[in-house]
Design a protein around this ligand. Structure first.
Ligand SMILES: [Zn+2]
Length: 441
């Protein structure tokens, strides 16, 4: 969807902070068999996978594979909207209106952005409702009725108007001031803006959608804080947020930056998981923090956006030489060309999907390994992988995983946990050679 792609860069960075992991193909294929002959890693993995009923597995596959097609449809709808705005000269008229209202360039950009955001949100609304509401309910993943869901969408639109307005104005300012090197400085501005978003999110944005409270249950709070202290994290509070307001998914995340960092778990995780499972998830999130994944991702982000902007500079000029006059676009500093920018940028990010997913997935594998070493709960990890499998296909093919997965697949996560278990049997307190068949609490 076009409004999504236009803030794609920001979202790319923000989503890195969510719960995420993946196993590289080379790793999974070249790993030698475990040194322990008492524990069959492959058989243990298969035993865990067999715990997921066939109908649940089929449902999860259908949901996740449908997501691939949605990515394509969203891209095509976005492209159609961009072409409609450009070829129908609607974008040029929106620019003219902004110019009639004020002579100040930054204000013109904000006025243009507001019109753009409202028009594209209205056109894509039916798809947004299908994707975000009906489809989620169909697969039993959503908990909201239409009214509150729409309320959240409204808040999202308002945040998009404000944050997107600031970012678009800054980027156009750089383009106008530095016509030759804007692609580089624009990427720096984009990164600085992302840092700003990360800083304010836990304080101003997240609380608009969910309630964050301190975890009071000492039986869970104590072990989590102990894990944190053992891994050099100075924390004296554990936050829980009411994700059950929107979804049935279990998750946790690290958010914030430079002192506003926070590791929070969602109430579904708290309600549906055992203590070993909660410990392994929280240790994974602590891994993101201890391994400085946010800072590393910001650097990746800077490089990717700079390449994207360089492509944009070249391709935008190419397109406007051919169609600029017909579409009423003067040059790259003209906001009337914004839909073209979004279209070209979304082409770039579509092509980059496997690379971006792999960058994130590799960090997720690191966090998984950190989590296993810190929490020492391989069976908890395997159980959580099954729960995450409710919305992420468990056993994709290697190419499929490479292209579409921003976390390792459930199968690879369980395999990793069982491999860890095989090598640590002697030091684990109680060893279940096969996964228990008892229902999960
Ligand atoms: Zn993660």
């Amino acid at each position: 969807m076009i409004k999504k792609t236009c803030v794609m860069g920001i979202l790319l960075g923000l989503c890195l902070l969510g719960v995420t992991p993946l196993l590289s193909l080379a790793q999974s294929e070249s790993t030698p068999p475990p040194s322990s002959t008492r524990f069959d890693t492959e058989a243990a993995t298969e035993a865990y996978l067999a715990k997921m009923p066939a109908d649940k597995q089929a449902q999860s596959n259908a949901y996740f594979e449908g997501g691939y097609w949605l990515q394509l449809w969203d891209f095509l709808i976005g492209a159609c909207i961009a072409i409609l705005l450009l070829a129908g000269k609607l974008s040029a008229r929106m620019r003219n209106l902004a110019e009639r209202m004020t002579r100040r360039k930054p204000l013109q950009t904000i006025i243009y952005w507001t019109q753009y955001m409202i028009i594209t949100s209205l056109i894509t609304f039916p798809m947004t409702v299908y994707e975000g509401f009906f489809r989620e309910h169909k697969y039993g993943l959503a908990t909201q009725t239409f009214g509150p869901w729409l309320g959240d969408q409204g808040k999202g639109l308002l945040i998009g108007l404000i944050m997107g307005g600031i970012l678009t104005t800054l980027i156009y300012g750089v383009i106008r001031k530095l016509p030759r090197t804007w692609w580089l400085w624009g990427a720096v501005v984009m990164m600085a803006f992302l840092v700003f978003s990360l800083l304010i999110s836990p304080i101003f944005i997240d609380p608009l959608f969910n309630k964050y409270t301190s975890l009071t249950d000492q039986k869970i709070r104590g072990p989590i804080l102990s894990l944190a202290r053992a891994n050099g994290i100075e924390a004296n509070d554990v936050k829980v947020f009411d994700a059950s307001r929107q979804t049935t998914r279990v998750s946790a995340n690290v958010s914030g930056f430079l002192g506003t960092e926070r590791i929070a778990l969602n109430d579904n995780l708290l309600r549906r998981c055992t203590l070993p499972e909660i410990e392994t998830v929280m240790a994974h999130e602590m891994g993101h923090y201890v391994l400085h994944h946010i800072y590393k991702m910001l650097l990746f982000f800077l490089v990717i956006v700079a390449i994207g902007f360089a492509f944009l500079r070249w391709s935008f000029n190419f397109c406007t030489r051919k169609w600029g006059e017909k579409w009423g676009i003067r040059d790259i500093g003209d906001v009337a060309g914004f839909p073209l920018m979004i279209l070209l940028f979304s082409i770039f990010f579509s092509v980059m999907t496997p690379i971006n997913n792999t960058l994130i997935r590799v960090q997720e594998v690191e966090a998984d390994l950190f989590g296993l070493n810190a929490a020492r709960q391989p069976d908890g990890e395997a159980e959580v992988a099954l729960k995450l499998g409710e919305y992420r296909k468990m056993s994709p093919g290697p190419v499929e995983e490479f292209i579409f997965y921003d976390h390792p697949s459930g199968r690879n996560r369980i395999l990793m946990a069982m491999r860890w278990k095989a090598e640590n049997l002697a030091t684990l307190p109680t060893v279940a050679v096969a996964p228990s068949t008892a229902p999960v609490r």
